[in-house]
Design a protein. Structure first.
Length: 117
């Protein structure tokens, strides 16, 4: 049996056994074990600009950053900061971070603080 790589989780194979005169049929159920092969994608319609007053801090919400993955629980998706901001910091519960989870965004604990410049 070779799965077709679709996202289905079950399949069936029908067999018939015969002696040339008589036959019997039976159905073998196949349970497909999913693999994580889908790429996370940013959802459509995200706001492209986060406004923050000089010297202030603003929460980064799901309006600005939110991803979906067909094979994973979205709350476990990780965001890595590829380049830190020049004039501020990204915080999780007031601690500077270089990565965070989507669950952190949903919980409202990720923020940007403008530090000057």
């Amino acid at each position: 049996y070779k799965h077709d790589s679709s996202e289905t989780l079950e399949d069936n194979i029908e067999f018939t056994s015969t002696d040339g005169t008589n036959s019997v049929s039976f159905l073998l159920q196949v349970k497909v074990m999913p693999i994580n092969d889908e790429v996370p994608v940013l959802v459509a319609g995200l706001k492209p600009v986060l406004s923050c007053a000089e010297g202030q801090e603003v929460v980064i919400t799901a309006e600005y950053i939110y991803a979906a993955d067909a094979d994973s629980d979205n709350s476990g998706l990780a965001f890595l900061i590829a380049r830190q901001p020049y004039h501020g910091v990204v915080l999780r519960s007031s601690v500077v971070v270089d990565r965070f989870l989507q669950a952190d965004i949903t919980a409202g604990v990720i923020s940007y603080r403008h530090t000057g410049g």
